[in-house]
Ligand binder design. Structure first.
Ligand code: NDP
Length: 405
């Protein structure tokens, strides 16, 4: 029986709020706080009507402002904060947690607003302070990062002595009927996918041009889809936590239509994050673009198809080569029916709730700042399946990648 505070009321915040409210024995009281309180109120009202959960209150907070956060936290006194605002707010919320003695969980690593660069160094710098304060911070507990790290830890624990090749594969084979839309916050999404590619090989990072490396990957229940090598944040912690990995890569599907729009957006300067003057005031083109694109949280209604995200690993057990694949598929329509939003928000929000539950039930609790693969994967994966994201595994099947002899 614990009080928690959720910060952020977008697509992911909506799913986290719904999933926590479905488990009142663990989440006995919830404060949903965000910049626009009317969005919190709408979610809380829907939850009251659909689930009969009456223990959710709402508040307005600017999570860039530490004193404002501290005041709200001291008033509500939660045990844990689930941060599903934007990556820009990670450090201010962690700072407020330290000042108030509250534990922390998020789904995306910090990035500064004025530089499209994400890495864990800023949050890992808080390790000693969280340890000294006897507080836990769980980083990157969505799907990717999140479940992909837990899948990897599960593989390491049960199937390998030594993991050598790792490929995370992420397909969205859904259709939302819009010419162009992103599946989560457009600003963060476009910053992520327009970056240079990067993967780990033989102890070093190899850089590629954006979308330079492409291959067709066969996804379960979906079939072959064009997939592009991009850099994704969990690679940074996975290669540190599993040092036997000689190669680690991340692949994501993009349609030709999506990439064409993206190219045009970049070519005309709309993906820029440097301010420009417009009618006498400064605006940031990418922020303006976000304002005119569809809200990802509202894409759910006519969204058909499914996502498939998993990890393919080749390594050794008892001296023999082992191929291992673990994955989840999620139908957008099922996610919408249950929570009123699409599959990408759902596959992020459910693991955030499960991670919070792991912490609150004492299964994932140790002082310090940790990535998800540093905890016991077994209870998390058991709870994940029960919470709506069942997973599957295959041993010694064809992983489709060419491996060195
Ligand atoms: P949205 O943009 O839909 O929602 C973000 C929410 O945060 C909005 O309610 C917004 O308020 C609020 N917010 C923004 N700035 C502030 C602030 N300064 N103070 C208080 N609230 C603020 O994003 P999503 O729901 O799509 O994504 C949420 C998070 O999940 C992001 O960090 C994203 O990177 C992460 N994510 C992680 C994934 C994973 O698998 N690990 C996958 C997908 C997303 P307002 O309504 O006023 O704009």
């Amino acid at each position: 029986m614990s009080r928690i505070m959720i910060i952020g009321a977008g697509g992911v915040g909506r799913v986290v709020a719904f999933k926590c409210a479905q488990d009142p024995a663990v989440f006995s009281e919830i404060l949903l706080a965000s910049r626009t309180v009317s969005k919190c109120d709408r979610i809380a009202d829907d939850i009251k009507i659909q689930l009969g959960y009456n223990a959710m209150s709402t508040a307005k907070v600017d999570a860039d402002n530490v004193p404002e956060l501290v005041q709200l936290i001291n008033h509500f006194k939660p045990k844990l904060i689930i941060n599903v605002a934007l990556p820009y707010q990670d450090l201010t919320i962690m700072e407020a947690c330290l000042q108030t003695g509250v534990h922390y969980l998020d789904t995306a690593n910090y990035e500064p607003k004025d530089e499209a660069k994400f890495e864990y160094s800023w949050q890992w710098a808080y390790r000693e302070r969280f340890k000294e304060a006897n507080l836990t911070a769980i980083l990157g507990c969505g799907f990717d990062p999140g479940v992909t790290g837990v899948f990897t830890a599960y593989a390491a624990k049960h199937y390998f002595d030594e993991m050598i090749y790792l490929d995370i594969i992420d397909a969205n084979a859904g259709s939302h009927g819009k010419a162009f839309a992103t599946n989560f916050n457009p600003e963060i999404n476009i910053r992520e996918v327009t970056q240079k590619g990067k993967y780990w090989e033989n102890g070093d990072w190899v850089m590629t041009e954006p979308h330079e490396i492409k291959m067709d990957i066969d996804y379960p229940n979906i079939g072959p889809k064009s997939s592009y090598l991009i850099y994704h944040e969990e690679l940074e912690s996975l290669v540190q936590n599993f040092p036997t990995l000689e190669r680690a890569r991340f692949w994501m599907t993009f349609s030709e239509e999506y990439l064409t729009h993206l190219r045009v957006i970049q070519n005309i300067g709309m993906a820029n994050i440097e301010p420009v003057m417009f009618q006498g005031r400064e605006i940031i083109p990418l922020e303006f673009l976000k304002a005119v694109l569809p809200d990802p949280g509202e894409l759910g209604e006519n969204y058909t198809g499914q996502t498939s995200i998993g990890v393919r690993i080749r390594g050794k057990k008892d001296g023999n080569w082992v191929n291992y694949y673990i994955w989840n598929n999620c139908q957008h329509a099922d996610a919408y029916k249950e929570t009123g939003t699409q599959g990408v928000s759902y596959t992020t929000g459910v693991p955030a709730m499960v991670g919070a539950k792991m912490f609150l039930t004492g299964q994932w609790s140790k002082p310090g700042v940790y990535n998800v693969e540093e905890f016991n994967p077994d209870p998390f994966l058991e709870a994940l399946g029960l919470a709506g994201l069942p997973w599957h595994e295959q041993v010694n099947g064809n992983l489709q990648f060419d491996y060195p002899a």
